[in-house]
Design a protein around this ligand. Structure first.
Ligand code: TPP
Ligand code: SF4
Ligand code: MG
Length: 305
């Protein structure tokens, strides 16, 4: 029997107030397993601002600093500066925000932190909408999805715009490390977090987080859906390490219909819509593979220039 490389220590205890089957719960759990106890986390408004529980107790073994919705990038920069003044260089500073708090309202603060190369790990847990306030569409909601602000009716239809490519946005800042992770592949997840922990500068982790109420799915299927996201290549697992891209799991290349059909938010899609999505996935994965095969440096990776 092969031995797991995932540490046994727990830093996220039972007792979070997340929904049954919440993918974001597992994102926090695996993140902290990778980082260990010498960690400080800043969390803006999002589900995870509520999930730790009620003050003065919370379910995490590490200190939390809550910040305003748009301010995570600025918050982690301040925490880092304060820890540096105290000589606490061994503490990992983490920004832990949702997709809305990252690709929409928090983007300028994150961009500033990346440009300054703030020494911190920024994690975007991506449940693909503003879930905490009632499933409103975000810039990370995929094309075709139902949300409460993209209802499926004759006047407006489902979401008509593609998902923002946050990895490309972060790569364009020339940061030293960026990776996608999945709660369906914990070993890959923890390995990347460990790598990110040991790099200096701003590191970015993009974690897909299935959300049963928001995705209109069975809470028992969280891991199955997370794995299907990788196997259908709608969410490929890769890293960009010092400007060089590597795919860490190719996935099985299953039809995307297997992923979509488990989620009510896509229940209205026609076979033509699904074929359109498949076409985009195939083209994107081909481009990713071509880039990985070239092993060349990202044009935006600039250590000194
Ligand atoms: C400036 C500001 N605008 C709006 C809100 C209300 N608000 C709180 S959480 C949230 C949704 C956050 O979405 P996301 O970042 O995707 O995290 P999730 O809730 O999905 O975990 C919103 C709109 C707020 N707290 N502050
Ligand atoms: S709404 Fe979604 S992300 Fe928020 S706690 Fe529930 S399952 Fe988790
Ligand atoms: Mg969200």
């Amino acid at each position: 029997m092969s031995k797991t490389t995932i540490p046994e220590e727990e830093y996220a205890y039972p007792g979070s107030t997340g929904c049954p089957g919440c993918g974001a719960n597992l994102v926090m759990r695996y993140l902290l397993k990778g980082l260990g106890e010498r960690t400080v986390i800043s969390i803006p408004a999002c589900c995870w601002a509520v999930m730790p529980g009620y003050w003065p107790s919370h379910c995490l073994k590490v200190p939390l600093v809550y910040c305003a919705f748009e301010a995570t990038g600025a918050s982690i920069s301040g925490i880092r500066a304060a820890l540096d003044m105290r000589g606490e260089r061994d503490v990992t500073v983490v920004g832990f925000a949702g997709d809305g708090g990252t690709v929409d309202i928090g983007l300028q603060a994150l961009s500033g932190a990346a440009e300054r190369q703030t020494d911190a790990v920024y994690v975007m847990y991506d449940n693909e909408a503003y879930m905490n306030t009632g499933i409103q569409r975000s810039g990370a909601t995929p094309w075709g999805a139902w949300t409460t602000t993209t209802p499926v009716d004759e006047s407006r239809g489902f979401k008509q715009e593609p998902k923002k490519n946050v990895m490309a946005i972060m790569e364009a800042h020339g940061i030293p490390y960026a990776a996608t992770v999945s709660v369906g592949h914990p070993e890959d997840f923890v390995k990347k977090v460990r790598k990110a922990r040991d790099v200096r500068g701003l590191r970015f982790i993009h974690a897909l987080s299935p959300c049963p109420p928001g995705w209109r799915m069975n809470p028992m299927k969280t891991i199955e859906v997370a794995r299907l996201a990788v196997d259908t290549r709608i969410f490929p697992l890769y890293e960009i390490d010092e400007g060089v891209l590597a795919i860490t799991r190719r996935g099985k290349g299953k039809p995307v219909s297997e992923y979509l059909s488990l989620q009510g938010r896509f229940g209205h899609l026609t076979p033509e819509n699904t074929a359109e999505i498949q076409k985009v996935i195939d083209a994107r994965f081909e481009a990713l593979e071509a880039r990985a095969a070239r092993k060349n440096l990202s044009p935006s990776f600039t250590q000194l220039a």
